[in-house]
Design a protein around this ligand. Structure first.
Ligand SMILES: Cc1cc2nc3c(=O)[nH]c(=O)nc-3n(C[C@H](O)[C@H](O)[C@H](O)COP(=O)(O)OP(=O)(O)OC[C@H]3O[C@@H](n4cnc5c(N)ncnc54)[C@H](O)[C@@H]3O)c2cc1C
Ligand code: SF4
Length: 563
């Protein structure tokens, strides 16, 4: 069946797609949002009634894939390089939820802005062999007003001025930080004593009632869980605004299998419903916000041929440094992370020296989350059965005696790191799945080793006697890791970017400087696929701000076309 009821089709209801829906509907346009996953979030007919199905249930989220995707039905594939053959692994590959709200629903939402120099890494620091480092086609100053809008829309709790490395800002955070976690206070004090600069992490979680939703009650089931009281604002705040206008339809369980293109313009999409029936929906424009792994998959399924599609995928190299302390830290209570520090993002003298010693021009680390790990079932799975199990669970070293850090290390873009279509693995609908080919650059390994050692000294200062260090990905030849299963080679960051990079030259980019496909100017990409570099910060606030900037320009452009 073919229908044509809307100005714009939006593919994906995560932070990117929901932001675009909000902007377009506020401007008077009608939109339909296609979402392949189920709707557990919002009643489209009564957007002020948020659903009440999220719970503090570890099995539901981490074992039974409540928010999808089920990796048996919608697998992805992975290999490190072409030398591995078609694939090393089939199943879960850095999956974000497939559900209304996308990854925003179960992220714990640290939402820092990128720094000014993150937009011009090539000019500031220079090239690195083997990496396709590039400047962004915009500056921090261009994006700053949209960052401010994004923070207001989502509702970011933070403290302006608390982080000496933060970029300039035109307005304060819309609300103050929430209560600190005890473990975060202990590690912050230790970091401060050693000359680092910890601060309350900017978080998309209400610290006070905001936008008609309550303040967080620090239930402790935050990262990887839906919020039972909807204190997380991203992207429910934007989705709700869009639906309230009456100009947005939310179509869940609707998988877009192809963008229809005629004469260099998109005319609509082909989509598959929950019963496997194929339909067409036509429209003036199409917005692709399927996330940085599914967006290139869809572009390739649609027959776009730009050689850069899927290339330069970036994940963040995560470095975990955790220490066991002889006192209880109550790590299972709170918002997963309440403190951070940015010192490792700065290319200082010690970092320069470490780079030179390794034959690199520079290294950059990343945003350091002061983390307290593990939930009950995750902990129980680690221990042997019997009497010892009972003792360990009572003492709870994983939940209650561990503190430390996760550094989101900047991951350099490389043309050989890419998403393409797997030659033979298909999803439950019979559609080719995304295959990732990915190996970290030497830069990430050297940066992890250099900054990992610095983080270790902070954990020691905090009173830890046993300290563990791990990375994601865990196994690369240069790390010399003993575990060499394909799973250990997978990055697990859930921060993905770069697969439809924006730029000024169609030979080196997929989208123009406003996020429009070079191959079809009425197709806007609105997710972190656009990022030329990923920085050491989580991508979400930046992709929301970028979506606001680009869709506003898109509206202007469309108006010009029609006049
Ligand atoms: C546990 C966890 C913690 C995180 N913490 C942070 C953090 O602290 N800070 C941070 O910045 N980021 C964090 N993230 C990452 C964050 O969730 C993502 O950056 C963000 O969700 C990306 O938004 P998006 O709209 O681009 O894509 P997504 O959120 O992935 O949304 C895309 C949507 O499109 C749908 N879709 C895909 N393909 C199709 C198709 N063909 N047809 C129809 N629908 C389709 C998907 O089902 C999905 O719902 C975290 C993620 C997780 C899982
Ligand atoms: S910690 Fe707060 S924001 Fe996170 S799920 Fe619990 S109530 Fe919601």
């Amino acid at each position: 069946m073919t229908t044509r009821d809307f100005h714009t089709i939006i593919i994906g209801s995560g932070p990117g797609g929901s932001t675009v829906a909000d902007e377009l509907t506020q401007a008077g346009r009608s939109v339909v949002i296609f979402e392949r996953g189920h709707n557990h979030l919002i009643d489209p007919a009564h957007p002020d009634d948020l659903m009440q199905v999220f719970s503090n249930d570890e099995l539901k989220y981490t074992e039974r894939h409540f928010l999808g995707p089920d990796p048996w039905l919608e697998p992805r594939t992975f290999r490190q390089s072409e030398a591995d053959g078609d694939r090393l692994h089939v199943g879960e590959v850095n999956n974000l939820p497939a559900t209304v709200g996308g990854g925003g629903v179960h992220a714990d939402g640290k939402l820092p802005r990128f720094r000014e120099d993150d937009f011009r890494v090539l000019s500031e620091l220079g090239p690195i062999d083997g990496a396709t480092v590039a400047d962004w086609p915009l500056t921090y100053d261009d994006l700053e007003p949209h960052y401010a809008t994004a923070e207001r829309l989502v509702g970011v709790a933070g403290l302006a001025g608390a982080n000496p490395f933060a970029p300039w800002r035109s307005s304060p955070y819309p609300m103050p930080p929430g209560p600190p976690m005890y473990a975060g206070l202990v590690t912050s004090e230790a970091a401060g004593r050693l000359g680092y600069h910890p601060y309350p992490a900017p978080t998309g979680v209400n610290s006070v009632p905001y936008d008609g939703r309550p303040a967080c009650n620090n239930c402790g089931f935050c990262a990887n869980f839906g919020c039972p009281i909807h204190a997380k604002g991203d992207p429910v705040a934007m989705l709700r605004r869009a639906l309230r206008t009456g100009r947005a339809e939310l179509r869940a369980d609707a998988f877009v299998s192809r963008i229809l293109v005629q004469g260099g313009r998109a005319t609509g999409v082909e989509w598959i419903d929950r019963d496997g029936q194929t339909h067409q929906e036509l429209s003036d424009d199409v917005v692709v916000a399927a996330g940085a792994m599914e967006t290139p998959r869809l572009l390739l399924l649609s027959g776009f041929t730009n050689e850069n599609i899927g290339r330069n995928i970036m994940f963040h190299m995560q470095t975990y440094v955790l220490g066991e302390v002889p006192f209880r830290v109550h790590g299972h209570i709170g918002r997963s992370v309440t403190h951070a520090h940015d010192d490792h993002i700065i290319v200082d003298d010690p970092a320069r020296k470490a780079a030179q010693a390794a034959g690199l021009p520079w290294i950059k680390g990343g945003f350091v989350e002061h983390a307290s790990p593990a939930h009950v079932i995750a902990e129980a799975k680690l221990y042997p059965w019997g009497h010892e199990h009972r003792r360990l669970m009572r003492d709870s070293p994983m939940r209650d005696r561990l503190l430390g850090f996760c550094m989101q290390g900047e991951d350099l873009p490389q043309a050989t790191n890419r998403v393409d279509l797997d030659p033979s693995v298909r999803d439950v609908r019979g559609v080719p799945v995304a295959r990732t080919t990915y190996k970290v650059h030497r830069h990430e390994i050297v940066a992890s080793q250099h900054h990992g050692a610095r983080l270790r000294s902070i954990v020691q200062e905090a009173g830890a006697d046993r300290i563990f260090l791990a990375t994601s990905p865990m196994a690369t030849d240069e790390l010399g890791t003993v575990v060499h299963s394909p799973i250990s080679m997978l990055p697990i960051s859930r921060h993905v970017a770069g697969t439809a990079r924006m730029g000024r030259d169609p030979k080196t980019s997929v989208c123009d400087e406003w996020g429009r496909l070079w191959e079809a100017s009425n197709v806007l990409v609105a997710d972190s696929s656009l990022f030329p570099t990923i920085s050491g910060y989580g991508p979400t606030l930046t992709l929301v701000a970028l979506a606001i900037r680009n869709v506003r320009a898109f509206l202007g452009r469309q108006a010009e076309v029609k006049r």
